[in-house]
Write a protein that binds this ligand. Sequence first.
Ligand code: CUA
Length: 341
Amino acid sequence: MRRLRKLVTGLFVSALTLAMGPLVLAAEVKHPQTLLQPAGPQAEILHEAISWDIAVITVIFIAVALLDAFIMVKFKRRNDEVPENQSHGNPRIEMLAWGTLILGMIIIALHPLHAESVFANTPKSDQTLKVDVTGHQWWWEIRYPDLGIVTGNEMHIPTGVPIEISTTSVDVIHAYGVPRLGGKNDSFPGRVTKFWIQADEPGVYQGQCFELCGASHARMLTRVIAHDPADFEAWVASRQNPQSAPVGPLAEQGQQIFMQYCAACHTIDGTGAKGTIGPDLTALGTRTSIGGGILEMNQENLTAWISDPESVKPGQKTMPKFGSLSADQMTALTTYLLGLK
Ligand code: CUA
């Protein structure tokens, strides 16, 4: 009975372990940050490396399990047998075992080594777009040095061209990454490191900070919005000539409130607001999220964020609470901000 139970348990564990690899590969995981649905050449290479490793490991597992089963049956001790003294080994078998192990490790490393070399070098292309990404506790500053555009948390890119990202940090170590577009990279204070991503198809790709960086690390998201090249050109043109003037009396009142309370820390192109402590808010009304990607952009959430940022992003110290503004003032302010296009 005990033997049967052992056999059943053994078979179950083996089957489960064996099923893991193919299950991981076959899984249609509907998650915005899955590596298993690559959306660019970089991510494709990473996916190939993972698939390769799982395939090789599955083959090794089957070989070892079969060998184990063979040894257990073939060399089973009979009742009347005296156990052999196994004080020293068999050099030939040991050499074979070590040789197989080393060869297996080399085979496993082939794909990841190739992936590593691809990640390290941005492909040479006239169309490579340069983007500077700076980590702050807890949001991302995104600059396009050749286009004169600055934004926060949301990176717009064209499809089909490599995006060379230079990343750094103003405070602690962060790590910028968008898994479906490939790779991630540490953002160190006082040092600039480079990597690249690329998207095949237009779409919104989510990423986040991948280095534990304080209380709101998990609330440090980013979105990459990939456009067809023509649409990207249109986005660049609109960002280079932003709509910054208030439209209507309510927005005019909102702009006055903004200049009084917010302009020391935030920039809005085309206005007197030139602060650099918080994110650049030019064309804020075109962004899809606020608070480092935590809240969807709408008037209600914008009001919640401005009234009490701490409740949205615990631990943040730079954005003060503006809960003392009256409801009318808040409506005017958010109407102005959402009108920035
Ligand atoms: Cu920034 Cu984690």
